[in-house]
Design a protein around this ligand. Structure first.
Ligand code: SF4
Length: 474
């Protein structure tokens, strides 16, 4: 069993795609670390990057080339100022050189040195190979695979070995929903309390709180920025940002100066069912509009689905419980992270492996279970909520138009968030002992469905809306 921390499932990064932007960015950083470890870094005179399969087919729309260049330049996706992205890329393209790890000049022409191959590598649909040429003329290649949610692996899986060792240290090793429920029952603890114990075996409680606070700050910021930015999204589809107008219409005359003030202002507005639907949609759209414009978001569990979890948490804060505080945020993130990791272990969180059910479906399931805990649900009801949310995303394909994470992706986050809230409410009114479909069965079903799905519906933009609608129609 693999050890997956909440901080693996919810990581701060840059849009628009976790597997096609964040993963390749991190792979480039790992490759530089490899070169350094082997004392080969200073002998590099040329570099080439081959992108394969799904990574290549939607790579341009997902800014994979941009991410690889920023990674090779040594920038950290968590802290790099996103407003400087264009400046850095312009420097590389105008100078035809790249400063490897900000240390070593190497000639670099993006159109020639980043090669988009239609071919799929056998190990995973999102493959990439970095090749270095050294001063003595020899070459060395290293392949990485972006397996969803920003996770990257090498075929030999050395990292997994380390993770397996860490897993053995978890007081409550969890692979399935049934195991999680058994620990909750035996210990008399909630899901978030069990997860917290596991996290404490990796870091101190103060570090956990600090990390979760940072994650929530980025989530809140992405909602705030998205809801206060108007205009057209980049990429050529001419998609108008909608969160701005929704927020303006819903907030009325309430005044505020920052994100915290915005929360207080929303709490002052009058909300009926329609307004609740619109607010939740506004939060989700806001995050994914930021994501689509290469902004900073939290991968949850992917970038394409980054809006669902913040939108549902925000719903709880501004609609359900006006006294909600960081303690609630902490519980919500711990529970949602654990549910996501059960999906990753039992199925996939990669659209290139499982279509959109693996992104929006999983995020909705994570949010439903976490909301259920905040609403007073038992652990059994929480997993029932997660199951309901996934059950109604089964089979959802990935077909982004023009390979951009915009249509249908942005709206799908609003739908995923609403479904999560509904799933939570249904579970709260149900007796989980009478549920016909346990969470583990829906995860197994999702994985079987993923395997049956043809590759054109797995982040290749070769099927569905992606072929029915052309960029020229937009
Ligand atoms: S269609 Fe779904 S899985 Fe595919 S890129 Fe969009 S959000 Fe991600």
């Amino acid at each position: 069993m693999e050890s997956i921390s909440v901080f693996d499932m919810l990581s701060i990064g840059v849009g628009p795609s976790s597997s096609h932007t964040l993963g390749p960015w991190r792979a480039a950083l790992r490759w530089i670390a490899e070169l350094k470890e082997k004392n080969q870094f200073h002998d590099v005179v040329a570099i080439n990057i081959d992108l394969y399969g799904s990574l290549s087919l939607t790579g341009r729309g997902h800014a994979t080339d941009v991410a690889v260049m920023l990674g090779l330049t040594g920038f950290d996706p968590v802290t790099f100022p996103i407003e400087d992205i264009q400046k850095e890329i312009d420097f590389i393209t105008s100078q035809n050189k790249l400063k490897l790890n900000n240390e070593l000049d190497v000639p670099f022409v993006p159109k020639e040195n980043i090669i988009f191959n239609r071919k799929f590598l056998e190990f995973h649909p999102n493959g990439m190979t970095f090749t270095a040429t050294f001063t003595n003329g020899s070459k060395k290649s290293s392949s990485f695979y972006s397996i969803g949610g920003g996770f990257t692996v090498k075929e030999e899986r050395t990292r997994k070995k380390i993770k397996l060792e860490k897993f053995a240290q978890f007081p409550f090793p969890i692979e399935k929903g049934t195991e999680l429920l058994a620990y909750c029952k035996a210990e008399g603890k909630s899901i978030s309390e069990i997860v917290l114990e596991n996290e404490k075996s990796l870091r101190t409680e103060a570090e956990i709180n600090e990390g979760l606070k940072k994650i929530w700050d980025v989530m809140l910021d992405s909602m705030y920025v998205g809801a206060h930015t108007e205009g057209i999204l980049p990429g050529g589809l001419n998609v108008t940002r909608r969160a701005f107008d929704m927020n303006k219409n819903l907030i009325g005359n309430e005044k505020y100066a920052d994100a915290e003030g915005w929360i207080a202002a929303i709490r002052n507005t009058e909300v009926k069912f329609r307004q609740i639907l619109k607010w939740v949609s506004c939060f989700a759209l806001a995050v994914n509009e930021v994501n689509a414009s290469l902004g900073r978001v939290v991968t949850a569990p992917t970038n394409g689905s980054a809006g669902v979890i913040p939108a549902v948490m925000m719903y709880y804060m501004v609609i359900e419980n006006h006294d909600a505080n960081f303690d609630d945020v902490r519980k919500f993130l711990l529970t949602s992270g654990e549910i996501g990791s059960i999906f990753k272990k039992g199925a996939t969180i990669s659209a290139a492996m499982g279509g959109c059910q693996a992104e929006i479906g999983v995020s909705s399931s994570m949010a439903a279970g976490a909301l259920c805990e905040l609403m007073g649900g038992t652990p059994e009801q929480c997993l029932m909520a997660s199951e309901i949310a996934m059950e109604h995303h089964l089979g959802m394909t990935c077909d982004p138009i023009a390979g951009l994470v915009q249509i249908p992706c942005i709206e799908r986050n609003a739908m995923g968030a609403i479904k999560a809230i509904n799933a939570c409410e249904m579970a709260l009114d149900s007796d989980p002992s009478k549920a016909k479909v346990p969470l583990d069965k829906v995860i197994a079903t999702m994985w079987e469905t993923a395997k049956d799905m043809t590759s054109k519906y797995k982040e290749t933009s070769e099927g569905g809306l992606a072929v029915q609608v052309n960029i020229s129609d937009c």
